[in-house]
Write a protein that binds this ligand. Sequence first.
Ligand code: SF4
Ligand code: SF4
Ligand code: SF4
Length: 248
Amino acid sequence: MTQLPTSTTRKLGLVIDLDTCVGCHACVIACKGWNTENYGAPLSDQDPYGAAPSGTFLNRVHSYEITPKTGPAQLVHFPKSCLHCEDAPCVTVCPTGASYKRVDDGIVLVNETDCIGCGLCAWACPYGAREMDKAAGVMKKCTLCVDRIYNENLPEIDREPACVRTCPAGARHFGDLGDPGSDVSQLVATRGGIDLMPEMGTKPVNKYLPPRPRDTWEQTDILAPFLTPVSETPQGFLGWLDRALDRL
Ligand code: SF4
Ligand code: SF4
Ligand code: SF4
Protein backbone atom coordinates (compact mmCIF):
# COMPACT_ATOMS: atom_id res chain seq x y z
CA MET A 1 0.00 0.00 0.00
CA THR A 2 1.50 3.28 -1.13
CA GLN A 3 0.21 6.68 -0.05
CA LEU A 4 -0.86 9.49 -2.34
CA PRO A 5 -0.07 13.13 -1.55
CA THR A 6 -3.09 14.93 -0.08
CA SER A 7 -2.62 17.66 -2.70
CA THR A 8 -0.13 18.66 -5.38
CA THR A 9 1.29 22.10 -6.15
CA ARG A 10 0.46 21.81 -9.86
CA LYS A 11 -1.64 19.42 -11.92
CA LEU A 12 0.29 18.91 -15.13
CA GLY A 13 -1.61 16.96 -17.75
CA LEU A 14 -2.87 16.66 -21.30
CA VAL A 15 -5.99 17.99 -22.99
CA ILE A 16 -6.94 15.87 -25.99
CA ASP A 17 -9.30 17.21 -28.62
CA LEU A 18 -11.49 14.40 -29.99
CA ASP A 19 -12.90 16.81 -32.54
CA THR A 20 -9.63 17.41 -34.35
CA CYS A 21 -7.75 14.13 -33.80
CA VAL A 22 -7.51 12.41 -37.18
CA GLY A 23 -6.23 9.07 -35.86
CA CYS A 24 -2.91 9.32 -37.64
CA HIS A 25 -0.96 7.62 -34.79
CA ALA A 26 1.89 10.13 -35.05
CA CYS A 27 1.65 10.62 -31.27
CA VAL A 28 1.90 6.87 -30.73
CA ILE A 29 5.10 6.64 -32.76
CA ALA A 30 6.62 9.79 -31.23
CA CYS A 31 5.90 8.45 -27.74
CA LYS A 32 7.34 5.03 -28.49
CA GLY A 33 10.43 6.57 -30.04
CA TRP A 34 11.16 9.07 -27.31
CA ASN A 35 10.56 6.61 -24.48
CA THR A 36 12.60 3.88 -26.11
CA GLU A 37 15.61 6.09 -26.70
CA ASN A 38 15.58 7.96 -23.39
CA TYR A 39 13.76 7.29 -20.10
CA GLY A 40 14.33 3.93 -18.42
CA ALA A 41 14.48 0.58 -20.20
CA PRO A 42 13.45 0.60 -23.90
CA LEU A 43 9.81 -0.18 -24.71
CA SER A 44 10.15 -3.73 -26.03
CA ASP A 45 8.40 -5.43 -28.93
CA GLN A 46 7.70 -9.14 -29.29
CA ASP A 47 7.67 -10.80 -32.71
CA PRO A 48 7.47 -7.38 -34.40
CA TYR A 49 7.59 -8.73 -37.96
CA GLY A 50 5.80 -12.04 -37.29
CA ALA A 51 2.21 -13.19 -37.46
CA ALA A 52 1.20 -11.94 -33.99
CA PRO A 53 3.25 -8.86 -33.16
CA SER A 54 2.84 -7.20 -29.76
CA GLY A 55 4.68 -4.55 -27.85
CA THR A 56 4.72 -1.94 -25.11
CA PHE A 57 3.16 1.42 -25.88
CA LEU A 58 2.52 4.28 -23.45
CA ASN A 59 -0.03 5.84 -25.77
CA ARG A 60 -2.51 4.09 -28.06
CA VAL A 61 -5.23 5.37 -30.38
CA HIS A 62 -8.53 3.49 -30.69
CA SER A 63 -11.07 4.35 -33.40
CA TYR A 64 -14.84 3.99 -33.06
CA GLU A 65 -17.83 4.69 -35.27
CA ILE A 66 -20.61 6.38 -33.32
CA THR A 67 -24.13 7.20 -34.40
CA PRO A 68 -25.53 10.28 -32.65
CA LYS A 69 -29.29 10.53 -31.96
CA THR A 70 -29.45 13.15 -34.71
CA GLY A 71 -27.04 13.53 -37.60
CA PRO A 72 -24.91 11.08 -39.51
CA ALA A 73 -22.56 8.42 -38.12
CA GLN A 74 -19.08 9.70 -37.41
CA LEU A 75 -15.67 8.24 -36.73
CA VAL A 76 -14.07 9.22 -33.43
CA HIS A 77 -10.38 8.61 -32.79
CA PHE A 78 -9.62 8.19 -29.12
CA PRO A 79 -5.99 8.52 -27.96
CA LYS A 80 -5.42 6.95 -24.55
CA SER A 81 -2.53 7.24 -22.12
CA CYS A 82 -2.25 7.59 -18.34
CA LEU A 83 -4.50 10.38 -17.06
CA HIS A 84 -2.32 11.17 -14.00
CA CYS A 85 -5.31 10.77 -11.67
CA GLU A 86 -5.53 12.69 -8.39
CA ASP A 87 -6.95 9.62 -6.61
CA ALA A 88 -4.81 7.10 -8.46
CA PRO A 89 -5.70 3.52 -7.44
CA CYS A 90 -2.60 2.29 -9.30
CA VAL A 91 -0.48 4.05 -6.66
CA THR A 92 -2.35 3.00 -3.53
CA VAL A 93 -2.39 -0.66 -4.60
CA CYS A 94 1.39 -0.80 -5.18
CA PRO A 95 3.03 -3.03 -2.53
CA THR A 96 6.55 -1.64 -2.91
CA GLY A 97 6.12 2.12 -3.37
CA ALA A 98 7.42 1.84 -6.95
CA SER A 99 4.31 3.68 -8.20
CA TYR A 100 4.04 7.19 -6.86
CA LYS A 101 2.54 10.62 -7.51
CA ARG A 102 4.80 13.66 -7.35
CA VAL A 103 3.85 16.46 -4.96
CA ASP A 104 5.25 19.28 -7.11
CA ASP A 105 3.60 18.59 -10.47
CA GLY A 106 1.17 15.69 -9.90
CA ILE A 107 2.84 13.37 -12.42
CA VAL A 108 2.32 9.66 -11.67
CA LEU A 109 5.49 7.64 -12.25
CA VAL A 110 6.94 4.16 -11.77
CA ASN A 111 10.36 3.71 -10.21
CA GLU A 112 11.54 0.76 -12.29
CA THR A 113 14.17 -0.24 -9.72
CA ASP A 114 11.49 -0.89 -7.08
CA CYS A 115 8.91 -2.46 -9.42
CA ILE A 116 8.59 -6.23 -8.87
CA GLY A 117 6.34 -6.72 -11.91
CA CYS A 118 3.37 -8.01 -9.87
CA GLY A 119 0.88 -6.26 -12.20
CA LEU A 120 -1.45 -5.10 -9.41
CA CYS A 121 -1.40 -1.50 -10.64
CA ALA A 122 -2.48 -2.52 -14.16
CA TRP A 123 -5.34 -4.45 -12.61
CA ALA A 124 -6.34 -1.41 -10.49
CA CYS A 125 -6.23 1.17 -13.32
CA PRO A 126 -9.75 1.43 -14.78
CA TYR A 127 -8.44 2.88 -18.04
CA GLY A 128 -6.00 0.17 -19.07
CA ALA A 129 -3.26 2.79 -19.12
CA ARG A 130 -0.43 0.65 -17.72
CA GLU A 131 1.55 -1.87 -19.70
CA MET A 132 3.85 -4.63 -18.49
CA ASP A 133 7.05 -4.62 -20.51
CA LYS A 134 7.59 -8.32 -21.23
CA ALA A 135 11.31 -7.95 -21.86
CA ALA A 136 12.13 -5.72 -18.86
CA GLY A 137 9.58 -7.36 -16.50
CA VAL A 138 8.56 -3.98 -15.12
CA MET A 139 5.44 -1.85 -15.42
CA LYS A 140 5.49 1.07 -17.86
CA LYS A 141 3.20 4.02 -18.27
CA CYS A 142 3.06 7.57 -19.64
CA THR A 143 5.62 9.71 -17.81
CA LEU A 144 4.17 12.94 -19.19
CA CYS A 145 7.62 13.10 -20.78
CA VAL A 146 9.15 14.19 -17.49
CA ASP A 147 12.55 13.88 -19.16
CA ARG A 148 11.58 16.45 -21.81
CA ILE A 149 9.51 19.07 -20.03
CA TYR A 150 12.27 20.01 -17.55
CA ASN A 151 15.19 19.16 -19.85
CA GLU A 152 17.42 22.21 -20.18
CA ASN A 153 19.51 20.44 -22.82
CA LEU A 154 16.58 20.71 -25.20
CA PRO A 155 15.57 23.92 -26.99
CA GLU A 156 12.72 25.57 -25.10
CA ILE A 157 10.25 24.80 -27.89
CA ASP A 158 10.87 21.05 -27.40
CA ARG A 159 10.25 21.11 -23.63
CA GLU A 160 6.79 19.63 -23.98
CA PRO A 161 5.65 16.01 -24.34
CA ALA A 162 6.77 14.30 -27.53
CA CYS A 163 3.18 13.45 -28.47
CA VAL A 164 2.08 17.07 -28.12
CA ARG A 165 5.08 18.35 -30.06
CA THR A 166 4.38 15.87 -32.87
CA CYS A 167 0.61 15.94 -33.35
CA PRO A 168 0.04 17.39 -36.85
CA ALA A 169 -3.60 18.21 -36.08
CA GLY A 170 -2.88 20.26 -32.94
CA ALA A 171 -5.19 17.88 -31.07
CA ARG A 172 -2.96 17.51 -28.00
CA HIS A 173 -2.29 20.24 -25.43
CA PHE A 174 -0.11 20.25 -22.32
CA GLY A 175 -0.17 22.46 -19.24
CA ASP A 176 -1.20 23.01 -15.64
CA LEU A 177 -4.83 22.02 -15.17
CA GLY A 178 -4.67 23.17 -11.55
CA ASP A 179 -4.30 26.79 -12.69
CA PRO A 180 -7.68 28.11 -13.86
CA GLY A 181 -5.92 30.82 -15.87
CA SER A 182 -3.69 28.45 -17.86
CA ASP A 183 -4.27 27.98 -21.59
CA VAL A 184 -5.32 24.34 -21.08
CA SER A 185 -7.82 25.23 -18.33
CA GLN A 186 -9.28 27.96 -20.51
CA LEU A 187 -9.56 25.51 -23.39
CA VAL A 188 -11.36 22.98 -21.18
CA ALA A 189 -13.76 25.67 -19.92
CA THR A 190 -14.51 26.99 -23.41
CA ARG A 191 -15.01 23.62 -25.07
CA GLY A 192 -16.75 21.80 -22.21
CA GLY A 193 -13.88 19.40 -21.51
CA ILE A 194 -14.79 16.17 -19.74
CA ASP A 195 -13.28 13.57 -17.42
CA LEU A 196 -12.97 10.02 -18.68
CA MET A 197 -15.28 7.71 -16.67
CA PRO A 198 -15.79 10.12 -13.71
CA GLU A 199 -17.90 7.45 -12.00
CA MET A 200 -14.66 5.60 -11.16
CA GLY A 201 -13.77 8.35 -8.67
CA THR A 202 -10.15 8.57 -9.81
CA LYS A 203 -10.31 12.33 -10.60
CA PRO A 204 -8.23 12.20 -13.77
CA VAL A 205 -6.13 15.30 -14.47
CA ASN A 206 -6.16 14.79 -18.26
CA LYS A 207 -9.26 16.08 -19.99
CA TYR A 208 -10.96 15.28 -23.29
CA LEU A 209 -12.68 17.81 -25.54
CA PRO A 210 -15.80 16.16 -27.02
CA PRO A 211 -16.27 15.82 -30.79
CA ARG A 212 -18.66 18.32 -32.34
CA PRO A 213 -21.66 16.89 -34.25
CA ARG A 214 -21.01 16.69 -37.99
CA ASP A 215 -23.21 18.47 -40.54
CA THR A 216 -25.50 16.24 -42.60
CA TRP A 217 -24.86 15.92 -46.33
CA GLU A 218 -27.96 18.04 -46.91
CA GLN A 219 -26.37 20.84 -44.88
CA THR A 220 -22.95 20.57 -46.48
CA ASP A 221 -22.71 20.00 -50.20
CA ILE A 222 -18.97 19.80 -50.66
CA LEU A 223 -19.32 19.77 -54.46
CA ALA A 224 -21.42 22.93 -54.53
CA PRO A 225 -18.56 25.36 -55.25
CA PHE A 226 -17.57 23.33 -58.31
CA LEU A 227 -21.00 22.99 -59.87
CA THR A 228 -21.33 26.58 -61.07
CA PRO A 229 -18.98 27.40 -63.98
CA VAL A 230 -16.47 30.07 -63.07
CA SER A 231 -17.17 31.77 -66.39
CA GLU A 232 -19.09 30.98 -69.57
CA THR A 233 -16.08 32.20 -71.59
CA PRO A 234 -13.02 31.29 -69.54
CA GLN A 235 -10.02 33.59 -69.88
CA GLY A 236 -6.32 33.20 -69.11
CA PHE A 237 -5.08 29.76 -68.00
CA LEU A 238 -8.62 28.37 -67.75
CA GLY A 239 -9.31 29.58 -71.30
CA TRP A 240 -6.17 27.91 -72.57
CA LEU A 241 -7.08 24.69 -70.75
CA ASP A 242 -10.61 24.81 -72.14
CA ARG A 243 -9.35 25.21 -75.72
CA ALA A 244 -6.68 22.54 -75.28
CA LEU A 245 -9.28 20.03 -73.99
CA ASP A 246 -11.60 20.87 -76.87
CA ARG A 247 -8.92 19.69 -79.32
CA LEU A 248 -8.69 16.22 -77.75
S1 SF4 B 1 -4.86 6.49 -15.58
FE1 SF4 B 1 -4.49 4.52 -14.56
S2 SF4 B 1 -2.24 4.39 -14.45
FE2 SF4 B 1 -2.75 6.55 -14.81
S3 SF4 B 1 -2.88 7.49 -12.75
FE3 SF4 B 1 -4.97 6.88 -13.35
S4 SF4 B 1 -5.23 4.84 -12.45
FE4 SF4 B 1 -3.01 5.26 -12.49
S1 SF4 C 1 3.30 12.57 -22.56
FE1 SF4 C 1 5.14 11.48 -23.28
S2 SF4 C 1 4.98 9.45 -22.34
FE2 SF4 C 1 2.94 10.39 -22.19
S3 SF4 C 1 1.80 9.73 -24.03
FE3 SF4 C 1 2.79 11.69 -24.55
S4 SF4 C 1 4.75 11.12 -25.47
FE4 SF4 C 1 3.99 9.31 -24.37
S1 SF4 D 1 -0.98 12.72 -33.56
FE1 SF4 D 1 -2.74 13.99 -33.09
S2 SF4 D 1 -4.16 13.65 -34.80
FE2 SF4 D 1 -2.65 11.99 -34.86
S3 SF4 D 1 -3.61 10.32 -33.66
FE3 SF4 D 1 -2.33 11.48 -32.23
S4 SF4 D 1 -3.72 13.00 -31.31
FE4 SF4 D 1 -4.72 12.20 -33.15
